[in-house]
Design a protein around this ligand. Structure first.
Ligand code: PMV
Length: 364
């Protein structure tokens, strides 16, 4: 599909009100997206595991109005929230070409997360994808369409991902599971405009892959990812980094098919450290890892060596550590985490999650 195909041409203006509700998960990138062009187009391809339990649940209620300004209220965990409004205003401005009905209704956006607030977990992916899906369901109501066939479902998911991307880049990878690719590349079916479910072969070693998130620092990040992406403009290593992401995605495709966990660990950890190396070598430079992030990484390496394990780590743009491991190692790795790693977490707090299947419609 092209951008033109996502423009809604006509809709029923007689519907007075309604409400829809979706839950949408977070995702964790294996090959990282870091650096973007205008209109949220990624500089390099990325691939992620969709998570199962870390989700945002959003209900959008819409009521017909006369004025043509955007009008919306945001509630977070039951309380009116003004802090989220500017981000949603920008989001509406970016997507109104594709969803012209946004000016016809007042929206009440009621949202909550299954993971604790201020856990330092990126909620923009689950948050923005959940709103995008609610708006897609409203679009369906206004056009009296249903998604029953596989083609209709795929078109729905594609536009939902396209809209989510305009809210937050990585959000476009949260619509479906279990693995999603975003960004044009030669190894997989893909697009810069939306995430595409990875349809390559996936070995049973990756079935129910585990992700335990160690909450090292629950505070607000000192540098937002919006700023971080911008610092890739004119970054001395940008060209090499973008080329490397293409290579790593190609390698990962082979690894996912063969089930070679040793090779998987190498790509995933190298990607995490490269992401942070980009931050440390931009101008201005910054560090999001904390001393406890490094303590955890070293303990994971030691445990892996001593126990012939396949546990590994990845990081997103923060200090928290995602510990990834096969389901077959669930018991031993969880014991290790409880015994040796939780002491490095804020209030010993961690979240157990695993690879998931994508967003769910709760109510139309
Ligand atoms: O979606 P954004 O703009 O918050 O960027 C997120 C980027 C990383 O989480 C660091 C990597 C990724 O691919 O998710």
């Amino acid at each position: 599909m092209t951008e033109q195909d996502f423009i809604l041409k006509s809709y029923n203006t007689n519907i007075e009100n309604g409400s829809v509700k979706w839950s949408s998960p977070s995702n964790i990138a294996l090959v990282k997206y870091w650096g973007k062009k205008e209109h949220q187009i990624p500089e390099n391809p990325s691939i992620s595991f969709t998570l199962s339990d870390c989700k945002t649940i959003t209900e959008v209620t819409y009521t017909k109005k006369e004025s043509k300004d955007f009008s919306f209220d945001v509630y977070f965990e039951g309380e009116k929230n003004e802090a989220f409004k500017p981000k949603i205003q920008t989001f509406f401005e970016r997507i109104e070409t594709y969803m012209p009905f946004l000016r016809d209704y007042h929206f009440k956006i009621d949202t909550s997360n299954t993971f604790p607030h201020s856990s330092g977990i990126a909620s923009s992916a689950s948050g923005m994808s959940a709103i995008a899906l609610c708006l897609m369901s409203i679009e369906q109501e206004l056009t009296n369409t249903v998604t029953s066939s596989a083609v209709e479902k795929s078109d729905f998911n594609q536009k939902a991902s396209f809209i989510a991307r305009l809210g937050s880049g990585s959000a476009c990878r949260s619509i479906e599971g279990e693995l999603v690719v975003w960004g044009q590349n030669e190894s997989t079916e893909s697009s810069d405009l939306y995430g595409v479910k990875f349809e390559g072969e996936v070995h049973s070693n990756f079935k129910n892959y585990q992700d335990t998130i160690l909450l090292v620092d629950k505070g607000e990040k000192q540098v937002s990812s919006t700023v971080g992406h911008k610092l890739m403009y004119g970054h001395p290593f940008a060209k090499e980094r973008f080329a490397q992401a293409h290579e790593n995605l190609a390698k990962l495709k082979t690894i996912l098919a063969s089930g070679d966990l040793n090779a998987f660990v190498k790509i995933v950890e190298s990607e995490a450290l490269t992401l942070h190396a980009m931050m440390m070598t931009s101008m201005p430079y910054f560090i999001l890892m904390k001393p406890n992030t490094l303590e955890i990484i070293n303990k994971i390496w030691k445990f892996r060596e001593e126990n012939n394990s396949n546990v590994c780590f990845t990081l997103d743009a923060g200090a928290n550590v995602h510990v990834l491991y096969p389901e077959s190692e669930k018991e031993t790795v969880l014991n290790f985490i409880k015994k040796e790693l939780t002491k490095y977490c804020q209030n010993e707090h961690y979240i157990c999650d695993q690879i998931g299947l994508g967003a769910n419609l709760i109510r139309l």
